[in-house]
Design a protein around this ligand. Structure first.
Ligand code: SME
Length: 150
């Protein structure tokens, strides 16, 4: 799947949105079904004024990690670094929260609203080292579009 070709559909889902959570779920389902190496796609958001992330809409297997403290795991690190985090091989990471034994790699891209990091998109893959700059650029586009709904 050419990631670029998914952009118009993402834009359409955002422009036609009448319910934020439903639209986020549609985006998760679209990405998981269209990109072969996206095996779990979900959104985490800052939980009120707490220094923790709370799981939002997702596509893929249910996870126990519905709350992640800032600093913990790949997601928690992105909550404090404000930077993309691409993990080609999760086994090489010390500060990693395993959701499933099948996951081999992960990418997390922060979502900014008014310059503030308010959440992220998190993608797990069962393939080793599948993510490139193209995924980062595409997911930054998705996050920027999502930010317009929040
Ligand atoms: N692996 C993540 C936890 C979330 S699950 O991938 C759904 C992490 O280390 O933060």
């Amino acid at each position: 799947m050419n990631l670029q070709s998914l952009k118009p559909t993402i834009t359409q889902l955002i422009e036609n949105s009448s319910d934020v959570d439903y639209t986020l779920l549609e985006i998760c389902n679209l990405l998981k079904s269209e990109v072969s190496y996206y095996d779990w796609v979900g959104f985490y958001f800052k939980n009120g004024d707490k220094n923790e992330l709370k799981l939002g809409p997702y596509a893929g297997a249910p996870t126990d990690h519905t709350i992640i403290p800032f600093g913990k795991g790949i997601c928690g690190q992105v909550a404090v670094s404000n930077k993309n985090f691409v993990v080609p091989d999760v086994k090489a990471q010390d500060n990693y929260i395993a959701c499933s034994i099948t996951v081999k790699s992960e990418i997390v891209i922060p979502i900014f609203v008014d310059g503030k990091n308010i959440g992220q998109i998190d993608i797990d893959s069962n393939t080793l080292d599948p993510f490139s700059k193209k995924d980062e650029e595409f997911l930054e586009f998705v996050c920027a579009k999502v930010a317009t709904l929040l």
